[in-house]
Design a protein around this ligand. Structure first.
Ligand code: DOR
Length: 429
């Protein structure tokens, strides 16, 4: 494996306490040195003057559609989208077909990732068989096969009794349950946020409470039984509950996604199915609460909930359209443009929310930092590059983005995974 020396970049690594000009030497898949004016005979030099150099981003919430729907996404296309977006590690959800509720599917995903993946892929196994909420998935065997967390994402674990047992069981492996918080009786029939916009445009609504009652339940569960990571937080009420729970010392963490701080339910006025997502886009005051919670650290993680769908699934009447949007190739630029440029987040906080905190929550001890000895997962980002989102150019098979035509600032120039260059000068190698 070639040695790589990244020179003169602005290195941002909160774990190492660094925000400044440094050189980084990568050797044998690891960061071997981090310092000023490094040299190493024979190393390939990457000049990073004017660039940001950060630990590779870790996306805790991705839907790859293999097995089952390779027309929506494959591990090859999804990991290429990730690499272009600056993600060197992605965690894939269990709502595949068949569902990842047994070790054979975990093994299949890991084998496929080794064959055709260009970034690290970590499977999240199901909590219940077929995501039906009736019988437990083979959680222990899935963990032994390589699952790094458990989730029925796409659906909640509606039974509190099952959630309790799942938490107690997952605790034995020191793995979190990632909770899709939705009371499906409250959300039933809805296709967008319940509020003024849904009333005005005549679409059935999903109340904020459908999320919040389950956030409240899972916080109480976390206090007693195990470790909960709350997926895709979208409402001001959820933020308030999570704040109180953290103050009370509950073992919880949470994430939001770029669409919740970038958009509101106003995006649905045009009946744009690309903006149909679950949980739905909320109101301006929810959006503001999410932004504030990111700033002050109540929200630990920014994940994408990358959910590719086909044209046939989306180009239909709003109520019938599939929920979900693609996010891997726009997430970093949205954070830079909408949060960092507006001084809501510092670059250090960006790295915390998109790399070091996911690594901590998932116990990836050699990731999320560029300290010597850690994995050589590194991204080099041009913070000034302006570009326009063109979904036709995505490496993802999903074209379902509500950010089409948005002008964003900040682009990944190089992505290095385990010491190998996967994206060079903004293009896949
Ligand atoms: O909008 C969503 N799409 N939310 C989910 O929780 C699941 C996802 C999907 O798999 O398409």
């Amino acid at each position: 494996m070639t040695k790589i020396l990244i020179k003169n970049g602005r290195v941002i690594d909160p774990q190492a306490g660094i925000d400044g000009l440094r050189d980084i030497l990568l050797e044998n898949g690891k960061v071997s040195r981090l310092g000023g004016h490094l040299s190493s005979p024979g190393a390939k030099i990457i000049e990073a003057k004017g660039m940001l150099v950060m630990p590779g981003l870790i996306d805790m919430h991705v839907h790859l559609r293999d097995p089952g729907r390779p027309d929506k996404e494959t591990i090859a296309s999804g990991t290429r989208a990730a690499a272009l977006g600056g993600f060197t590690s992605i965690c894939c959800m269990a709502n595949t077909s068949p569902v990842m509720d047994n070790p054979a599917v975990v093994e299949y995903v890991l084998a496929k990732a080794r064959q055709e993946g260009v970034v690290n892929v970590y499977p999240i196994a199901a909590v219940t068989k077929g995501l039906k909420g009736e019988e437990f998935a083979e959680m222990g065997r899935c963990a032994r096969e390589g699952a790094i967390a458990f989730s029925d994402d796409g659906r909640p674990v509606m039974s509190a009794a099952m959630m309790r047992k799942a938490l107690e069981y997952a605790k034995q492996f020191d793995k979190p349950i990632i909770s899709h918080c939705e009371d499906i009786n409250l959300s039933a029939g809805g296709s967008m946020n319940e509020g003024r916009v849904s009333t005005e445009i005549g679409l059935p609504g999903i109340p904020a409470l459908a999320e919040e009652v389950m956030v409240a339940r899972d916080i109480m569960m976390a206090k007693e039984y195990g470790r909960v990571h709350i997926a895709h937080v979208s409402t001001a009420g959820s933020v308030k509950l999570i704040k109180q729970a953290k103050q009370a010392g509950a073992d919880i963490s949470c994430e939001t996604c770029p669409h919740y701080f970038s958009l509101t339910d106003e995006a649905i006025r045009s009946y744009d199915t690309a903006a149909k997502v679950n949980p739905p886009l909320r109101t301006k005051s929810d959006q503001q609460a999410i932004i504030k919670a990111l700033k002050i650290g109540i929200i630990d993680v920014i994940a994408t909930d990358h959910a590719p769908h086909t044209e046939e699934d989306k180009n239909v009447e709003f109520n019938l359209a599939a929920t979900g949007l693609v996010g891997l190739e726009t997430a970093l630029a949205l954070v830079l443009t909408r949060l960092v440029a507006k001084k809501t987040l510092t670059l250090k906080q960006l790295v915390e929310r998109m790399s070091s905190n996911p690594a901590k929550i998932l116990r990836f001890s050699h990731k999320g930092t560029l300290k010597p000895g850690s994995d050589a997962d590194v991204i080099i980002v041009d913070p000034k590059a302006e570009w326009v989102v063109d979904e036709k150019k995505f490496a993802s098979k999903g074209r379902n983005t509500p950010f089409k035509g948005w002008k964003l600032t900040g682009k990944v120039v190089h992505t290095i995974v385990g010491g190998s260059i996967v994206v060079k000068d903004g293009k896949l190698t």
